[in-house]
Design a protein around this ligand. Structure first.
Ligand code: UDX
Ligand code: UDX
Ligand code: ADP
Length: 480
């Protein structure tokens, strides 16, 4: 029986290992983590992450061939294949602060593997890491190996949150990179055999180590670039009277471009896009590729611009002052069907509105009050100028209301901002909302999910990203 151990029971490690356990009943899978509370949650009825279909998969395998444990060393020492799926945040101090990936968790995991191993192992990079990390990890392992053979593979994960189970069940591709030596090739085949339990062979791509590492950063950079491209167009649409949905449809019909990932929004969020692009930028700079670095930096700059533009639009529409005005925020997660708020555009836009002294009332079906308050009081780390900006004062954060109901959040509000495309926001009773709001009543749709015409008929003044402007908004001062 093959034994697999995964270090890191997070958004990637948890669902990926659950799927391997489901599809490979003869493989024993242990997911380990230093966080006692996280492991306890994985072993309970309240899983630590919200993901459609995950609970069913976990319930089917847990206790049979899927185990969650804090006994990291024992499971690592017993495993044939060790996945490393620990966090790799952006460095906040020292060399490369604001851009480079912090590999401290990775290094400590690698040293621990070397310490506790008594048999040969395949060590698989699962978390996104800078290109050539495998080489560094290989050095740590071989210098501490006591004669044990470690083979390093890079097997980046492409799942998106909210659709993790579907993405894992039916991936566009699985990518495995390894050394071009006989041992390296053998290790690639061993991992390929695991995925081949359910993924068609022609979708399992094998490359060298560096290509696999770089492909992950490149894929995220390309995806984010599409969003910044359509968001840049959205600003131009508002200026010219074009409709960004019509433009992206027309553009996406070109099979060379394709229709997916062209939805204009208040900005992209999530734990990956910004972090991976910053990482890419840093690697380019370290290699003296300034032009390439600047090209990718621009993707983040446009994303920041889009969030600022949104704040400016809200303030300028409401007579240039939102001081003391109640603004309802619908949606705080970085996308629908997840409770994850990492890098959500809602954080920056809410801080912008709070900076102008608005009173916020926030509702998200999956995000708790504690999480929202933590997010808003956290230091904002400026990627371009790595200094910590002032966090929101505790009093300002306390003034933020968090409700469990969209109607409660919008009651007596002057404006409503939509930041997450939750399905339930499409079918709200907007007439009822309008009747309970102050007038003029504004809706600022950061996800283009409301029926603009219908809301205008009800009486709302509506701003929808990249759509022809409401006459009211046209009369308001220009937006930066
Ligand atoms: C382009 C558009 O494709 C077409 O839809 C539009 O109507 C006119 O402009 P064209 O310039 O004729 O057409 O050729 P195209 O095939 O798009 O190639 C443009 C340039 O890009 C060429 O120099 C080509 O060699 C280069 N190219 C194209 C690449 O370098 N890499 C690629 O992957 C594709
Ligand atoms: C992303 C990649 O899609 C995935 O392959 C990788 O493994 C991890 O990073 P994730 O961050 O979970 O996944 O979600 P994704 O669906 O890519 O959305 C990222 C952000 O872009 C969200 O804030 C989303 O709302 C935004 N987005 C997405 C848009 O604004 N417009 C779009 O058209 C698509
Ligand atoms: P991702 O989104 O990449 O899955 P997460 O932050 O959700 O990232 O998960 C990473 C997990 O890795 C966390 O639960 C963290 O506690 C765990 N972790 C970090 N370092 C170690 C380590 N040395 N040993 C075990 N677990 C670790």
């Amino acid at each position: 029986m093959v034994k697999i151990c995964c270090i890191g029971a997070g958004y990637v490690g948890g669902p990926t290992m659950a799927m391997i356990a489901l599809k490979c009943p003869l493989i024993e899978v242990a997911v380990v983590d230093i966080s006692v509370s996280r492991i306890a949650a994985w072993n309970s009825d309240q899983l630590p992450i919200y993901e459609l279909g995950l609970e069913e998969v976990v319930k089917q395998c847990r206790g049979k061939n899927l185990f969650f444990s804090t006994d990291v060393e024992r499971h690592v020492s017993e495993a044939d294949i060790v996945f490393v799926s620990v966090n790799t945040p952006t460095k906040t101090q020292g060399l490369g602060a604001g851009k480079a990936a912090d590999l401290a968790y990775w290094e400590s995991a690698a040293r621990m593997i070397a310490d506790v191993s008594k048999s040969n192992k395949i060590v698989v990079e699962k978390s996104t890491v800078p290109v050539k990390t495998a080489e560094a990890i290989e050095k740590i392992l071989t210098h501490n190996s006591k004669g044990i053979n470690f083979q390093i593979l890079s097997n980046p994960e492409f799942l998106a949150e909210g659709t993790a189970i579907q993405d894992l069940l039916n991936p566009d591709r699985v990518l495995i990179g390894g050394r071009e030596t006989p041992d390296g090739q053998k290790a690639i085949q061993a991992l390929k055999a695991v995925y081949a339990h359910w993924v068609p062979e022609d979708r399992i791509l094998t490359t060298n180590l560096w290509s696999a590492e770089l492909s992950k950063l490149a894929a995220n950079a390309f995806l984010a670039q599409r969003i910044s491209s359509v968001n840049a167009m959205s600003a131009l649409c508002e200026a010219t009277g074009a409709d960004v949905s019509q433009v992206s449809h027309a553009v996406g019909e070109d099979t060379r471009i394709g229709p997916k990932f062209l939805n204009a929004s208040v900005g992209f969020g999530g734990s990956c896009f910004q972090k991976d692009i910053l990482n890419l930028v840093y690697i380019c700079e370290c290699n003296g590729l300034t032009e390439v670095a600047n090209y990718w930096k621009q993707v983040i700059k446009v994303n920041d611009y889009q969030k600022n533009r949104f704040v400016n639009r809200v303030v300028s529409s409401m007579f240039n002052t939102i001081s003391g005005k109640k603004i309802a925020i619908l949606g705080f997660a970085f996308k629908k069907d997840t409770g994850d708020t990492r890098e959500t555009p809602a954080i920056d836009v809410c801080k912008g509105l709070l900076g102008d002294k608005a009173r916020l009332s926030i509702y998200d079906p999956q995000v708790t009050r504690d999480q929202i308050q933590r997010d808003l009081s956290m230091n904002k780390f400026d990627w371009d100028h790595p200094i910590h900006l002032q966090p929101m004062s505790p009093t300002a954060v306390k003034q933020v209301g968090v409700t469990w109901d969209a109607y409660e959040a919008t009651k007596d509000a002057h404006g409503v901002c939509i930041f997450t495309e939750w399905d339930e926001f499409k079918t709200l009773d907007y007439k009822k909302i309008f009747d309970n709001m102050r007038k003029p009543a504004f809706v600022f749709d950061g996800r283009n999910i409301v029926d603009v015409e219908k809301l205008r008929e009800i009486g709302f003044i509506v701003y929808s990203i990249g759509k022809p402007l409401d006459p009211w908004l046209k009369d308001m001062p220009a937006v930066a």
